[in-house]
Write a protein that binds this ligand. Structure first.
Ligand SMILES: *Cc1c(COP(=O)(O)O)cnc(C)c1O
Length: 430
């Protein structure tokens, strides 16, 4: 266990977390080797039998009637936007703080994202601020269960019903997270999961679109495969009935994902155990605000997101500069702490410049209305953005709670000597 008064690693002291401690994600065993080798020798490398089986197995695991395997979570999100009937000039509500494609997926279909500020406690869209953002053009809301914590779906579904909005869940980070005992991806009209390596279910790259609705499935499939209305497993006539993309995944990736899926429940349990150990060890650290798991929620702890409290050191400069200095020190300790997103979505150029497809499209479409991306409208998202740091990879299996405690020790070491980090920051600035 590192000692809090050891010299900080950025000042030449020993690293709190030895390089050899943390194991890479995901763990690979004979199950993975069997699935992947069987696919390799099966000679159906395009959208093949493993893709079909992955769809059935994931739908069964999550409790959905249908799943469509895709080549990314972003593809599944675009399919969701199209499936619910959002298109040219329609407005789609989305949280002001997320991964870029939670919002660019609307642009892909010429729909326009309208941002809603976040709730400080949950870091998710603030349901109390949704109704004020609804316009006559609003067709849908994309809720992002960020960092593995579900959005309060009672509040969102009530608003959606009142205003006849479609609900899309971005569940790319939240496999297995629940709200009132129900898994995410089963609340809205449809949902998207990611299979990118960093996510809780790894297929290298990939994604899954899920829905219980036959019609939505059909419309999503049209976008998914060349605008054909039929699935590749059925008879195809190679006719593009509508504008489509090529969002199918491949058999090897699906085989790998299926192998990982057999272990997913265990991974999530491990992640929860690790997060509990980490948070237990971090409790009472000066200047550090810990994340919570509100009643009725089961967090999958994809990321444990910490916030700094600059007031703890009477610091009144830019919060992000202090956060970056503390983060640099924490990273030097070998903790793998990182900043997740440095920009709130309305501050990203693709939205600010209002020019996705050229000629100002989709914002310049005749029915688009006025949309304002002034970042000042999203103060909570900005404060979160500037003060957070997060831990993801150290919490993944096969790492256990002992490793999580060592990582926490590295964070504690930095925060307990924050005065030295602040002195160093000031010295560098002058
Ligand atoms: C990763 C992620 C995506 C995109 O998933 P890809 O598979 O990388 O396309 C979308 N939304 C959120 C919240 C994500 O974390």
């Amino acid at each position: 266990m590192p000692h809090a008064n050891d010299t900080l690693a950025i000042l030449g002291g020993p690293k709190a977390v030895p390089d050899s401690l943390l194991q890479p994600w995901p763990p690979i065993d004979d199950i993975d080797r069997q699935y992947v080798l069987a696919s390799l020798e099966g000679h159906q490398h395009a959208f093949g039998p493993n893709c079909q089986k992955l769809q059935q197995e994931f739908a069964a695991w999550n409790g959905n009637r249908h799943a469509i395997a895709t080549n990314s979570g972003t593809a599944a999100l675009h399919m969701a936007v199209a499936a619910v009937g959002c298109g040219s000039g329609d407005h789609v509500l989305v949280t002001a703080y997320s991964w870029s494609s939670s919002a660019t997926c609307a642009l892909h279909h010429n729909a326009i994202p309208v941002f809603v500020d976040i709730d400080w406690e949950t870091m998710n869209i603030d349901p109390r601020k949704i109704e004020a953002a609804i316009t006559p053009q609003t067709k849908a809301i994309i809720v992002v269960h960020l960092h593995g914590l579900a959005v309060d779906m009672d509040a969102v579904l009530a608003i959606a019903r009142r205003h006849k909005l479609a609900v899309i869940e971005d569940a790319c980070q939240s496999h297995g997270a629940t709200f009132k005992g129900r898994k995410v991806g089963t609340f809205g009209h449809c949902a998207a999961f990611s299979l990118n390596q960093n996510k809780c279910l790894c297929g290298g790259e990939g994604g899954l679109f899920v829905t219980d609705d036959d019609e939505l499935r059909q419309r999503a499939m049209q976008v998914w495969s060349f605008g054909e209305t039929r699935s590749p497993s059925e008879q195809r006539d190679y006719h593009a009935y509508a504008l489509g993309w090529m969002y199918r995944n491949d058999d090897l990736g699906a085989a790998f994902t299926r192998a990982q899926l057999t272990k997913l429940d265990g991974y999530i349990a491990q992640q929860r155990e690790n997060a509990a150990a980490l948070l237990d060890e971090l409790r009472g650290t000066p200047g550090l605000i810990l994340p919570t798991e509100p009643p009725g929620h089961m967090h999958n702890w994809y990321n444990v997101t910490l916030r700094i409290d600059p007031a703890a050191w009477d610091y009144d400069g830019p919060a992000a500069a202090l956060r970056d200095a503390l983060l640099e020190a924490a990273a030097a300790e070998g903790t793998r702490a990182m900043v997740w997103q440095r920009f709130i979505l309305p501050d990203m150029t693709v939205f600010k410049a209002k020019n996705a497809y050229g000629q100002g499209v989709p914002w310049s479409l005749p029915n688009a209305g006025e949309v304002d991306y002034d970042p000042a409208q999203f103060p909570v998202a900005q404060r979160h953005c500037d003060t957070h740091l997060c831990l993801g990879s150290p919490l993944r299996a096969p790492n256990g709670p002992e490793a999580a405690r060592v990582v926490a020790g590295g964070i504690r070491k930095v925060f307990e000597q924050a005065d030295k980090v602040i002195d160093r920051m000031h010295a560098k600035a002058t």
